[in-house]
Design a protein around this ligand. Structure first.
Ligand code: HGY
Ligand code: MN
Ligand code: MN
Length: 395
């Protein structure tokens, strides 16, 4: 029998690894001490649940059932400032469903916590490598914003790593996740059944001008990298309006100004450029506008441009049969308080869809807040999501 209190206790226990900031925030980036300690704890809980824990070389952690099984899970790494539920909810709910199913001779259910879903080193990197979307050597060359290569960071996995886990042993993948947006919360609904996950593009861009004295360098003579970023961003906002819809998003989230000093004209700026949309053709049109705007501004301000590798994932549709099971569960658990919806956030399910049928379900995020310490969800909604997941697993 699903035990909501045991599930909630596990959620609060997992939050203690990297607990930080206000509310229930966590700081548990991929391969950090807190991340690996959390994975060791999850491995012990998987063993107690009757599963066989197995790390792979990337640090993805599986709890394997015997024979063919349905895979449930998500990720347990966090953003640099993360909420306690992003990823963690799906892993802990999967653990509770697998524990009950194994204990009652029910359908075989395996559990996974993917590594670096939050893309400290790329974009959903752990499940990307595991599903064959990214070669290990290419992943190892990816660096975080401090320049540390993933190949070096993942050494912390050490001798935990066992044989690779073959995706062929799984019949499908279902991921429970918080919505990370305001749709369900605003509508007073409890469950979202995801129809599609948007696509994403992400790259690091460097503009290089001339570092100089802030007092003696006339404005007309400056090659100011920060002004280049300002001009790029404001013109981009104007020019993208012609190709986007209200669901399209683009973000400059990381900015490193050099040398970042009050009396020095900035000679260089390194920034992340990320955009997302449900339509592949529109992602390409957005890319063209970004490229044109960048080269125009660089030419006008006499700045050098260096573009890092373009990382990305295509939009993906969820499996209709697995969705039907989630919809039946939603109607049973939250009659009239569920909807089908698009996911504006990226998830490991996008990568896993390369190897098997996948589906996702959401529970509300209070105020739509996520990727922030304030992220939270009512316990009743967390438990509702757990019950719908259990129903989809055949419990
Ligand atoms: O950015 C995302 O969509 C995910 O939460 N990593
Ligand atoms: Mn997530
Ligand atoms: Mn996230």
């Amino acid at each position: 029998m699903i035990d909501p209190n045991r599930f909630l206790d596990d959620l609060h226990a997992l939050r203690r690894f990297g607990a930080a900031g206000v509310g229930k925030g966590v700081v548990r980036p991929a391969y950090s001490e807190a991340d690996m300690a959390a994975r060791d704890w999850l491995a012990s809980r998987m063993a107690e649940a009757g599963l066989t824990p197995r790390f792979d070389a990337m640090g993805n952690l599986f709890g394997l059932a015997e024979g063919p099984s349905l895979l449930l899970g998500s990720h347990s790494d966090s953003q640099p400032q993360g909420g306690w539920l992003d990823g963690a909810l799906g892993v802990v709910a999967a653990l509770e469903v697998a524990r009950v199913s194994t204990g009652s001779g029910g359908p075989a259910v395996s559990v996974v916590s993917f590594q670096d879903e939050e893309g400290r080193y790329g974009v959903t990197t752990g499940s990307n490598v595991w599903s064959g979307g990214l070669f290990q050597a290419d992943a190892d060359a990816l660096t975080d914003h401090d320049g540390v290569p993933l190949g070096q960071a993942r050494q912390v996995v050490g001798d935990r790593a066992g044989a690779p886990v073959d995706p062929a042993q799984f019949t499908g993948f279902v991921e429970l996740h918080i919505e990370q947006g305001a749709t369900l919360d605003t509508a007073g609904e409890q469950i979202g059944v995801v129809t599609d996950i948007v696509g994403i593009r992400d790259r690091v861009i460097t503009l290089t001008g001339q570092q100089n004295h802030a007092g003696t360098t006339a404005m007309a003579l400056r090659r100011d990298a920060f002004q280049g970023l300002v001009a790029f961003s404001s013109r981009l906002n104007e020019r993208l309006r012609n190709v986007v819809t209200p669901q399209s998003v683009w973000t400059i989230g990381h900015v490193a100004l050099s040398p970042n000093a009050s009396s020095i004209v900035p000679g260089q700026v390194r920034f992340s450029m990320q955009w997302r949309d449900a339509d592949v053709a529109r992602l390409a049109r957005m890319e063209a506008v970004i490229e044109e705007t960048l080269s125009k501004v660089a030419a006008e301000l006499d700045l050098g441009v260096e573009k890092g590798p373009l990382l990305g994932l295509e939009p993906v549709a969820m499996d209709v049969d697995l969705c039907a099971q989630l919809e039946a569960g939603a109607e049973m658990v939250a009659p009239g308080k569920w909807r089908q919806m698009l996911s504006g956030a990226l998830h490991d399910a996008t990568n896993v869809a390369r190897c098997m049928p996948v589906a996702m379900l959401f529970v509300p995020s209070i105020g739509g807040i996520s990727h922030a310490f304030e992220e939270n969800t009512d316990e009743a909604d967390l438990v509702a999501g757990l019950h719908v997941l259990a129903h989809a697993a055949g419990l």
